[in-house]
Design a protein around this ligand. Structure first.
Ligand code: GDP
Length: 530
């Protein structure tokens, strides 16, 4: 297959949601469709398939789906689908955000009974800031749900994104019988078969068909027709350009656990989501996915995959060129040449497939190459991507070294972990203290630091929580000195690793107070240059 065609058929995305909205369930169901391709024509094999999480490894062996904790790759129809896991779903960390720099689109799963929840909102913000196209799956329509118009409205008022319904539910909760596909103008009825059965059968007809009338609740059908008229008149029109820019989200209704509406979501997503696109390098060059030279950036590092070898796996999102095992590239931050030999582990059971990979794919490189988060690997030694921004930490702690005799181990270990991007460090130059103040998006990151210091560097550490919950980057409006600020008690200033000033606060009230006392201060949730 020509290089261009390989890229054009790829879709790389992540699922974002609040815990319990149904991300895991949806992932499982999506995999069924991926696996089903390999099984086409094999009815007996299909009968024997059971779809539970614990069977993923089995699925992988039988169907050639590549399963790992970071990326699930499967083929569906003509597409190659890369589903990147947003790790720490329940245990939020910076890794969760970073994955979103490596995708080309996101599916946002919303519990239709609960609406937009806190974590969804945060992840959505990261996507929006990057202009990532977002698709919405309103899940759990089989349970008591908010009115669909209210849900669309909420997308608009809470998230500030226009919503365009691709399909529409016929009834909610107990009355939920199916959805109407607004583009194809047909009805898919949901048969309540065995819970979670393999592929819920879907019957198709028009909105005014007798069959549809017989199999839906009359009031619910009438209501849906009325709402559809309203949508046609006053709803956001479907607009491909706005979807691409992340200004409009296509909305699909369904029920993941009942496997209803999942295929419609997958088909719609693959049709509307963009293939891997060009990315801009730090020097302003635009790197097309079809460019000859290989390039990619590290967005995640996982250590201790194999405790006996202290191995590290660096996950690289390919931006351009073709990955071939054993190829030689430059680690452009250090200028070192690296042979990408040990790349097969990512595709655990399926070693063949990683011999080559294309833009949009993720390869895992095993070994201690000294890679850090955000580093570029490329055939062009001058190429650098600047894809991984700083995310404002929300938990802070001082990391003490309880043993002066082992200071060097402690410091070396911490330096390595900082260079990998495990946590962020802030320096308080004026305070003259040497205890590192660390910031993270979730407390899990601190645990990882302590665990790895001990297991890899044999260095003990003691964590002391710092009394802050909010960090803001700060500058003066008139270019004056930060040191001149009037710092109330309970507030602290420091510099990040790039010597940009930040302020720590205990809560929103402290921010307001600080701003009143320092009208010359300008605060931002992200550094100005990112
Ligand atoms: P995650 O935390 O976002 O990964 O959520 P899970 O996929 O683990 O789902 C959370 C709970 O919601 C589980 O008990 C699921 O069985 C249930 N669930 C998921 N989708 C649906 C749905 O469409 N309808 C109903 N009734 N329950 C669902």
């Amino acid at each position: 297959m020509p290089h261009e065609a390989q890229i054009a058929r790829r879709r790389s995305f992540a699922i974002i949601s609040h815990p319990d909205a149904g991300k895991t369930t949806l992932t499982e169901k999506l995999l069924l469709y991926g696996g089903a391709v390999a099984l086409a024509g094999s009815v007996t094999a299909r009968k024997n398939q059971r779809a539970t999480t614990s069977d993923w490894m089995e699925l992988e062996k039988q169907r050639g789906i590549s399963v790992s904790s970071t990326v699930l790759q499967f083929e569906y129809k003509d597409s190659v689908v890369n589903l990147l896991d947003t790790p720490g779903h329940k245990d939020f960390s910076e890794d969760t955000y970073r994955v979103l720099t490596a995708v080309d689109a996101a599916i946002m799963v919303v519990d239709a009974g609960k609406g937009i929840e806190a974590q969804t909102r945060k992840l959505f913000e990261v996507c929006r800031r990057r202009g990532v196209p977002i698709f919405t799956f309103m899940n759990k329509l089989d349970r008591p749900a908010r009115e669909p118009l209210t849900l669309l409205d909420e997308l608009e008022t809470v998230l500030g994104i226009g919503a365009c319904a691709i399909n529409w539910p016929l009834g909610l909760g107990q009355q939920f019988r199916g959805v109407y596909d607004r583009r194809k103008k047909d009805v898919h009825l949901f048969e309540r078969t065995v819970h979670g059965a393999y592929r819920a059968p879907e019957k198709v007809g028009g909105l005014d068909d007798d069959f549809v009338a017989q199999h839906t609740v009359p009031e619910a059908l009438e209501q849906a027709k009325m709402e559809l008229e309203m949508l046609d008149g006053a709803g956001h029109a479907y607009d491909r350009t706005k979807i691409d820019r992340g200004e409009l989200t296509p909305v699909f209704f369904g029920s993941a656990s009942n496997n209803f509406g999942v295929q419609m979501l997958l088909d719609g997503f693959l049709e509307l989501a963009p293939p891997p696109e060009a990315r801009m390098a730090a020097d302003g060059r635009v790197i097309e996915p079809t460019a000859e030279g290989f390039s990619g950036f590290v967005f995640k590092i996982q250590a201790n995959m194999d405790p006996r070898h202290r191995d590290r796996m660096s996950f690289v999102r390919i931006v351009s060129g073709k990955f071939e095992r054993d190829m030689q590239v430059t680690h452009t931050r250090t200028g070192k040449l690296v042979r990408l030999a040990n790349s097969q582990k990512l595709f655990a059971q399926d070693r063949e497939t990683v011999n080559e990979a294309y833009a949009g794919d993720v390869v895992g490189i095993v070994g201690n190459h000294g890679f850090g988060i955000g580093d570029t690997l490329a055939t062009d030694p001058k190429l650098k991507f600047d894809e991984i921004p700083r995310f404002a930490p929300e938990v802070f702690a001082y990391l003490h070294n309880p043993s002066t005799a082992h200071y060097k181990r402690f410091r070396d270990g911490l330096e390595q972990l900082l260079s990998e991007g495990v946590v962020q460090q802030f320096i308080q130059p004026h305070a003259g203290q040497r205890v590192p103040l660390l910031g993270a998006v979730g407390p899990l990151q601190f645990e990882v630091v302590q665990f790895r210091l001990e297991s890899e560097y044999n260095a003990q550490s003691r964590l002391e929580n710092a009394p802050y919950t909010v960090l803001r980057w700060v500058r003066t409006k008139d270019g004056g000195a930060i040191e001149d600020f009037d710092i109330p008690s309970g507030v602290a200033t420091a510099q990040d690793s790039e010597e940009r000033w930040v302020v720590f606060f205990s809560d929103q009230w402290a921010i307001n107070y600080f701003e009143r006392r320092n009208p010359n201060a300008e605060l931002s949730e992200i550094p100005w240059d990112e």
